[in-house]
Write a protein that binds this ligand. Structure first.
Ligand code: MYA
Ligand code: JJ1
Length: 388
């Protein structure tokens, strides 16, 4: 059934639930001198390129490939539209490897037709901190689908990760592969219900009019938590402490240091937003919330071309109830003219989703580890990791 994935060191369907197999790496590392030195073979018309994302021109080519060919919903109504600034942020974290930004071009025309990336990350899996590659942005041009290019691209990124002496990876997909460590549900909170209904993202509920719907989703103009403010550079040490302490409770979560927090969580316009609560009395940082900006192209509409979506990222509550903190996040997202606020049912998100009028979407997101076995599938609430 999975001619490629059956050959890879990943949990196989036949082994699900087999507690006799140990938790940890599936295969041992080989000496670096045994890692294949030459790239895998592509079909003759194509060639490998390393994409230099410092180059405005290359970045635009990647942006165009993804804008026209990346992930769509199951009815092909919307397509992720990651911005160039977002891609540069997502792909150049501390310690990134340029060699993991892999393109495929047509030899004759030099047109970019496929892409896959890795970035290094430290992820804690129960008690073990694993240095791994987060693999993302796998994309094959629509005209080149079903030619088995994806397996070659996955093998090539694997080879380049191995060359850096890294032997594990984490990735997400909307499709079921061998075998998820957990499966998450997408939830959506309407901020601009009229537009969402107009473009077919959501529907008028039973016995609901447009004006009742708009009223249902209305939010206050101002946030409610005293001391709620945007994160600033001098907050990095306090936010790092808060987040590290919070993420301890999850079975799988990033092991962020201050450099990571500076990169991933300091606000970057139209890319990532972070807010925190500074106690008006003690000036302690007690709570934190963040979301990233990922618009989608609207494929069919005469009236609107982009859906502006915020995605819940990392949130920590120690003093402000999470429900109140996330309500403030919705208020700032609405002020920034997002149409919808999306979240997965990871971490403690289930404690606010229904109450804050999120509704379940038609999409699921499966999380995977490469060359690392877990004895048991996790509940989504045991997952402390959000990939972009
Ligand atoms: S997930 C986002 C993926 N991208 C999209 O969905 C964009 C739109 N779709 C496309 O561009 C193509 O349909 C893609 C497949 C490129 C997805 N992850 O070439 P094919 C398997 C893994 O004939 P195509 C993200 O970016 C499929 O089961 N495998 O198919 C994370 C089959 O194998 P098998 C996938 O449709 C990516 C084979 O590919 C996926 O032309 C993580 C068919 O190949 C998928 N999303 O192209 C990658 N979709 O026969 C893994 C299909 O066995 C990283 N397939 O069932 C692993 C870790 C590597 C590093 C390890 C370091 C140590
Ligand atoms: O956005 C998604 N679904 C929307 C739109 C559905 C359009 C028809 N298919 C949705 N809308 C309902 C919202 C409604 C608002 C009021 C309350 C009730 C709910 O459900 C879905 C997620 O639900 N998104 C996708 O399908 C996109 C792909 C998701 C998989 C991504 C995998 C790629 C990751 C690689 O890193």
């Amino acid at each position: 059934r999975h001619k490629f994935w059956e050959t890879q060191p990943v949990g196989q369907f036949k082994d699900v639930g087999d507690a006799s197999l140990a938790e940890g790496p599936i295969e041992q590392p080989t000496p670096l001198s045994d890692v294949k030195q030459e790239p895998y073979n592509l079909p003759a018309p194509y060639e490998w390129v390393t994409c230099d994302l410092d180059s405005e021109e290359v970045c635009s080519e990647v942006y165009t490939l993804l804008t026209n060919n990346y992930v769509e919903d199951d009815e092909n109504m919307f397509r992720f539209n990651y911005s160039k600034e977002f891609l540069q942020w997502a792909l150049r974290p501390p310690g990134y490897f340029r060699s993991w930004h892999i393109g495929v071009r047509v030899k004759t025309s030099k047109k970019l037709v496929a892409f896959i990336t890795g970035i290094p990350a430290k992820i804690r899996v129960r008690d073990a901190v694993v240095l791994l590659a987060e693999v993302n942005f796998l994309c094959v041009h629509k005209k080149l689908r079903s030619k088995r290019l994806a397996p070659v691209m996955i093998k090539e990124v694997t080879r380049r990760v191995h060359l850096e002496n890294i032997w594990q990876a984490a990735y997400t997909a909307g499709v079921v592969l061998p075998t998820p460590i957990t499966t998450c549900q997408y939830w959506h909170r309407s901020l601009n219900p009229k537009k969402l209904i107009d473009v077919g993202f959501s529907r008028l509920g039973a016995r609901m009019t447009m004006s009742r719907t708009i009223k249902l989703y209305k939010l206050p103009e101002q946030t409610t938590t005293p001391g709620f403010r945007k994160m600033e550079p001098h907050d990095v040490p306090a936010v790092t402490r808060l987040l590290r302490n919070y993420l301890k409770q999850f079975a799988v979560a990033p092991d962020f240091d201050e450099n990571d927090v500076e990169h991933w969580l300091l606000p970057k316009e139209d890319v990532v937003d972070s807010y925190l609560v500074e106690s008006p009395e003690s000036h302690e940082i007690t709570d934190f919330c963040s979301f990233y900006t990922l618009p989608s192209s609207i494929l069919g509409s005469q009236t609107h071309s982009v859906l502006k979506a915020a995605y819940s990222y990392y949130n920590v509550s120690t003093k402000t109830p999470l429900l109140q903190l996330m309500n403030d996040a919705l208020i700032v997202a609405k002020k920034k003219e997002f149409d919808v606020f999306n979240a997965l049912d990871v971490m403690q998100n289930e404690t606010f989703l229904k109450e804050l009028k999120f509704g379940p979407g038609d999409g699921k997101l499966h999380y995977y580890l490469y060359n690392y076995r877990l004895k048991h599938i996790l509940r989504s609430s045991e997952l402390g990791l959000v990939l972009l």
